[in-house]
Design a protein around this ligand. Structure first.
Ligand code: 5GP
Ligand code: MG
Length: 195
């Protein structure tokens, strides 16, 4: 396992709670009265999903998908496998995909392709975090919790090697081997913004 240099708080739990309430209100007002099928991408988005849906008062159904990215032999590019697909009949329904973090865009592209193929009445995306970086596939979620820099983050459902999902806040994890000794103590403080 990699050595971990530091774990620094980034987004406080109280700020997350406020922002999730805002997102829930926004989603609700965009779907007045209508039934919404919420499909959550496991497992990083489960805590966000649980908080988000409990703040919404419109009728919703909850479904899940599981997508894993893996690298085979070193030279094989990163590929995505759908481990578990959704089971709701989404044809002519209003669908919202909920994911933890938009990074390269590959995961959401695969999910949107599979769900979109079932011809929902509308298909929107909500991500808790969006990293500022060049994406492999351009994805424009309708709902974004926070924009963050291109750092590895944990907490509020996001893991490192299966750990830290239960942190109530978002923290930046700095791994030992990614930093040169000279960089120690001189790294810029990370920031976050709302769209
Ligand atoms: P993408 O397919 O957009 O590159 O990656 C999305 C998935 O990679 C996320 O759903 C998440 O599981 C994982 N991921 C990307 N960035 C981070 C990060 O900073 N921290 C953690 N814990 N997972 C990440
Ligand atoms: Mg994920």
């Amino acid at each position: 396992m990699l050595s971990i240099d530091s774990i620094e708080p980034l987004i406080p739990a109280a700020r997350i709670e406020e922002r999730v309430a805002e997102l829930a209100r926004q989603i609700q007002s965009d779907h007045p009265g209508g039934e919404l099928v919420v499909i959550s991408v496991l497992g990083g988005s489960v805590i966000f999903l649980a908080d988000l849906v409990r703040k919404m008062k419109i009728p919703i159904r909850i479904d899940t998908m599981s997508v894993s990215s893996y690298t085979g032999k070193a030279v094989v590019p990163r590929r995505l496998r759908v481990l578990k697909t959704f089971s709701e009949d989404v044809r002519n329904k209003h669908v919202l995909i909920v994911d933890d973090i938009l990074d390269s865009g590959a995961t959401l592209a695969a999910v949107l392709r599979d769900v979109g193929a079932m011809r929902p009445a509308s298909l929107k995306t909500c991500v808790f975090l969006r990293k500022k970086r060049q994406r492999k596939i351009e994805i424009s979620p309708e709902y974004v919790g926070f924009d963050i820099e291109d750092n590895f983050v944990v907490g509020y459902g996001l893991d490192y090697d299966g750990m830290y999902r239960n942190l109530p806040h978002i923290a930046v994890l700095k791994k030992g081997h990614l930093q040169s000794p000279q960089a120690e103590g001189t790294t810029e403080r990370s920031t976050f913004t709302t769209p």
